[in-house]
Ligand binder design. Structure first.
Ligand code: ACO
Length: 162
């Protein structure tokens, strides 16, 4: 039996989600930013819960723009804004499960054409996770992060055979 569940985030999870974000990523956001995404895109905001504790989350939004994967030039993009899992819960498949749940909702509930995200060029664990899910590096943004590090933009069509 799995030791965690993946479920849609609820307003009462917000404080725990913000805590996971602050303790696991240098990219932090004010509480309203999390609240706004939960209100606008609730079906693509997931948490992982283990023994009653929030141990990970993924937060997304939907945008319209010029597609990276270009099976048509313009369309709906699902943007994975932020994902994190507590260190003691990593390498158990939670990151993959959160990503798969978000991708499915972005595709089936929000009808996106492709999914994209930004990631630090040094973040090998995350890059490896995204590659396993079919994402490819489509662009590098110089100095994207506050400390000057570059970002890879990684994208994949919403629908791919895996
Ligand atoms: N080293 C190498 N590969 C790794 C590592 C690692 N430390 N961690 C994960 N991977 C790769 C592996 O291929 C792994 O498969 P395997 O375990 O079968 O070898 C695959 O990713 C899937 O791993 P999961 O167990 O599903 O992922 P996990 O629950 O560990 O979460 C995550 C991955 C979310 C990236 C986690 O490491 C984390 O929270 N890191 C800190 C926060 C972070 O960097 N978030 C992403 C920022 S970019 C963004 O938010 C869009």
């Amino acid at each position: 039996m799995s030791e965690y569940v993946i479920r849609q985030a609820r307003p009462e999870d917000l404080d725990s989600i913000i805590k996971v974000n602050r303790e696991n990523l240098p990219e932090n956001y004010p509480p309203f930013f999390f609240k706004m995404h939960m209100e606008y895109y609730p079906k693509a905001f997931y948490v992982a819960e283990a023994s009653g504790k929030i141990v990970g989350y993924v937060m997304c939004r939907v945008e319209r723009g010029s597609l990276y994967t270009r099976f048509k030039p313009w369309g709906r993009q699902g943007h994975i804004i932020s994902i994190a899992v507590y260190p003691e819960m990593r390498r158990k498949g939670i990151g993959t499960a959160l990503m798969k749940a978000a991708i499915k909702s972005l595709r089936e509930e929000y009808n996106v054409d492709e999914i994209y995200l930004e990631v630090r060029v040094s973040n090998n664990p995350a890059i490896s996770l995204y590659k396993k899910l079919g994402f490819k590096v489509v662009r590098t943004i110089r100095g994207y992060y506050r400390d000057g590090e570059d970002a890879y933009v990684m994208a994949r069509p919403a629908e791919i055979q895996q």
